[in-house]
Design a protein around this ligand. Structure first.
Ligand code: BGC
Ligand code: ZN
Length: 386
């Protein structure tokens, strides 16, 4: 089968190649063989493909990339609970082996304490940018056929679901009735976060670098949120000035740019009792001069909270499926507009990430052929009171 691999990662001058490798075979009653239909690319993939950043599995030099997957079951072990034709996505992280890691031992590798977790396509395990992958059924999540074209967005949305779940848990410390959310960044994560906030009934504001007439801005407005371009001539220059101009308390801030100076500025614009959630990282080592005492004082005297959030658990994937279906009903085709580029495996080799306005999806198999493989025997419905 064909697979996109970053080769020679341990040698320091890695390259990307479309390779022909052995197709995996299942050998355990709980294993499942999945034909990959499509894989979404995000900032982590950009890092891996451009900066050759991933970590191969122990004893290997190469890494198959890709972690935002949509596939169809082509072979199902007798005890897997899946059937041939089921549409599936896969959770990204696998638990560490430490018996004392209570989170890994309880289905929450997203809170692994040892750092020895594995992430398919990123760290220590091959990913999904290949024609097939095999997986234990417990790491697969069934996707309803109503999301046939959009199932590769379940993983990025699971990141939003995790952070919202975290925010709700943290805020059980008080009576909290959030009204206003500010989202920093208008990449796929920022846009999904803005849409999610709207569905949760919050007034949502997005502050980002894309121009005021960009597709990003249009999508923000299409879900009923407000867009403001940051930093451009003739616009409000700083986040502080922008937040002041809103004239209302900012109860929740979701930082989706990874630009760390913004994270510190966000702490000072957060309302009393508010939460700032950090979701982005950049592979830089910036030094910053900050008003440390003023920030510290604001955090203490106003009960503010800053949390970081990474990855997602199975439950977040399930909630993500529910939420994507809600989004489709709320603003039909909004999610399809988010996917600005579709390419095939070969095209990854010469992909210029700067040419992707919002999100690229790799069709590992031509879309016209998907329908022939997908034969849901039972429709899944995830319904939550969120
Ligand atoms: C993925 C997460 C992963 C994180 C850190 C993100 O791109 O969506 O699942 O935990 O990168 O590797
Ligand atoms: Zn662990």
């Amino acid at each position: 089968m064909k697979a996109i691999r970053v080769k020679g990662l341990r040698e320091g001058n890695a390259t990307i190649a479309l390779e022909t490798i052995d197709t995996p075979t299942i050998s355990h009653p709980q294993e499942v063989l999945v034909r990959v239909l499509a894989v979404g690319l995000d900032g982590t993939d950009r890092e891996i493909l451009q900066e050759k950043y991933g970590t191969p599995a122990e004893g290997e030099d190469d890494l198959t990339t890709g972690h935002e997957s949509l596939g169809v079951v082509t072979e199902a072990g007798a005890d897997s609970g899946f059937q041939v034709g089921d549409l599936v996505t896969a959770i990204v992280r696998r638990p560490c082996k430490d018996q004392n890691c209570v989170n890994c031992r309880n289905g929450h590798a997203d809170f692994c304490q040892t750092g020895k977790y594995v992430e398919r396509g990123i760290k220590g395990a091959h990913g999904f940018l290949a024609e097939f992958y095999k997986e234990e059924s417990r790491y697969l999540v069934q996707v309803p056929s109503s999301l046939l074209k959009l199932g590769m967005l379940v993983e990025p949305q699971s990141i939003v679901e995790k952070v919202w779940d975290q925010v709700q848990r943290v805020q059980q410390r008080l009576i909290w009735e959030p009204r206003t959310a500010l989202i920093l960044g208008s990449g796929p994560l920022g846009l999904l976060a803005a849409m999610t906030c709207r569905l949760l009934g919050l007034d949502a504001y997005v502050w980002s670098m894309s121009p005021q007439d960009s597709l990003q801005a249009q999508l923000v407005q299409a879900c009923g949120a407000v867009y403001q371009q940051s930093g451009a001539a003739g616009t409000v220059e700083t986040l502080t000035a922008y937040a002041d101009g809103l004239g209302k308390p900012v109860d929740l801030i979701l930082e989706c740019t990874g630009y760390s100076p913004l994270a510190f500025e966000a702490m000072s614009v957060l309302a009393p009792n508010g939460v700032l959630a950090l979701l982005g990282v950049t592979p830089a080592d910036r030094k910053l001069e900050i008003s440390a005492d003023m920030l510290n004082q604001g955090m203490v005297l106003e009960n503010k909270c800053v949390i970081g959030s990474v990855n997602a658990s199975r439950k977040d994937f399930e909630t993500a499926i529910y939420r994507l279906q809600q989004m489709e009903k709320f603003v039909p085709d909004w999610l399809a507009r988010l996917v600005t580029n579709r390419l095939d495996l070969e095209a990854i080799l010469k992909l210029d990430f700067k040419s992707i306005p919002i999100k690229a999806v790799v069709d590992v198999m031509p879309v016209e052929q998907w329908g022939d493989l997908v034969k849901q025997t039972k429709e899944v419905a995830y319904s939550f009171s969120v």
